[in-house]
Design a protein. Sequence first.
Length: 134
Amino acid sequence: MTTAAPTARAVVDAFFDRFGSGDVPGALDLFAERVDFEVGGAPNVPWAGSRSTRSGIAEFFAILTKELTPAKEFTLHTTVADDRHAVVLGRSRFGVRATGRTFTNDFALHITVADGRIVGYRMYEDTHAISTAF
């Protein structure tokens, strides 16, 4: 008997459960070793850019923790998923430690899953609001 790999919805739910509870190592365990990871943004936004390895993604989460205050708001409104893809819509509000400014960010996240691991991560967020806060 073979066990089917978790669906994209199950992996995304696990990711946000782990990330939301502060279990960054657990969230990282959901990523494949090689990932197509992209978060767009202005040059002054330290976490913006492409990454392709789990260690690069660990650096991404470390930068978020270093640069931002804990979330003042983090709400997931909608998740649409099939076996391989999930799109998550949400809203967040963070403070930037260096400037003391706050930004509100309506975002969409497209996650691709293969063999129970995240292999694609594309964040679409309010890059203007984030850049201005920095």
